[in-house]
Design a protein around this ligand. Structure first.
Ligand code: PEP
Ligand code: MN
Length: 362
């Protein structure tokens, strides 16, 4: 009942503050019927805060469905009038910003293919001068945090006070488990750089398929993301875009019910006491690890001296293979994955080479 009495602006503000913030709707608006029916069925779940729909679709190849265009905006307006849900659409040009605002879109989002292009982001930023509308910025398709941060800066400089981030994964070549590699460490680093900025996960574009949507959403929630953007269609298999990754509104509702939301208040006394002891143990072990690594580097420097005096190359490929094989075998026996050990030893080995290089080329 309370929501009935809120104005749409108050609803947008409430959604922006709500945790988790849930955005859902079709990849693309296709027909008025499809938009209204998706919106109504999503609203019926009682779990959706904002309705999304793509109006202009940046497609990889020409000739694919490139979005219904401006004529779909009144359908969204109608969906808002019926459900009371605030709206968000993707914008990529000044004209699209103008049209979206004209039809009362409440939140704009910048897509991954736009975030990569500073000209486009600047064009959007210029179109937003003097307008205060919340903007969500998806990561660029390539794993470049500077570019993502640059887009945030351009939009912030236009005077936009409410900016949020959407992690939708990064393009990769060839067939992998994910349509777009999540590279969670990059999202974590972006959160660290922007601690007060809303960070939402878009599992639909990360996964590109339905069967791992839930586990991917759960992972983001476990990483303290603020919400989810999930694509939903009344007839997913026959969607005009991104058919493989969309799920019905009811499936969205069920998935949201199955996610563990980890709602414990991080500032509570109990929480602190329970974790503090374990965290101290971790700090202690990290200190020890660093001491040991520093000792390892000193030995590497001694090896460097020997190699220099005897005119031997720094990199000894056979020795490096031997180290890796030994470490991955031992690691697997004590519960450390081959992937982790390989990345860890790569980093240690590079640092060793740098130390030796300094000695040999001093
Ligand atoms: C979308 O949300 O439908 C979309 C095009 O996403 P992205 O920009 O992440 O590819
Ligand atoms: Mn899509």
């Amino acid at each position: 009942m309370e929501s009935e009495t809120l104005t749409i602006n108050q609803k947008v503000q409430a959604a922006w503050q709500k945790r988790p913030l849930i955005i859902s709707g079709p990849c693309s608006a296709e027909t008025e019927e499809q938009v209204l029916s998706t919106a109504q069925r999503l609203a019926n779940t009682g779990k959706i805060d904002v309705l999304r729909a793509g109006i202009w679709k940046p497609r990889t190849r020409p000739g694919m469905f490139e979005g219904i265009g401006t004529k779909g905006l009144p359908w969204l307006q109608k969906a808002k009038a019926i459900t009371g849900l605030p709206l968000t659409v993707e914008v990529a040009t000044a004209k699209q910003v103008e049209d979206a605002l004209h039809f009362d879109i409440d939140i704009l989002w910048i897509g991954a293919r736009t975030t990569v292009n500073p000209f486009s982001v600047q064009e959007i930023a210029d179109a937003l001068k003097g307008v205060d509308v919340p903007v969500l910025i998806k990561n660029p398709i390539n794993p470049d945090l500077e570019l993502w941060g640059g887009a945030v800066e351009r939009i912030a400089r236009a005077g936009i006070s409410q900016i949020g981030l959407i992690h939708r994964g990064f393009s990769n070549y060839g067939n992998t488990e994910y349509r777009n590699a999540p590279m969670w460490h990059l999202a974590i680093e972006m959160k660290r750089r922007n601690p007060n900025m809303l960070m939402i996960c878009d599992p639909s574009h990360i996964c590109g398929r339905r069967d791992i949507l839930q586990e991917t959403s759960q992972k983001s929630i476990d990483l303290d993301f603020d919400g989810l953007m999930i694509e939903s269609h009344i007839d997913p298999d026959n969607a005009w875009s991104d058919a493989k990754q969309q799920i019905t509104p009811e499936q969205v509702g069920n998935m949201l019910s199955s996610i563990l939301w980890r709602t414990e208040d991080v500032n509570s006394e109990v929480y602190h006491a329970a974790l503090e002891k374990l965290r101290q143990q971790i700090n202690h072990l990290d200190d020890e690890l660093m001491m040991i690594l520093s000792q390892r580097m000193k030995i590497a420097e001694n090896i460097g001296l020997y190699k220099r005096d005897n005119n031997i190359t720094i990199l000894q490929t056979n020795r490096w293979n031997e180290i890796l094989e030994r470490a991955t075998n031992r690691g697997e026996k004590i519960g450390l994955s081959k992937d982790f050990i390989t990345r860890y030893f790569d980093a240690v080995h590079m640092e060793s080479i740098n130390h030796q290089n300094k000695i040999m080329n001093a």
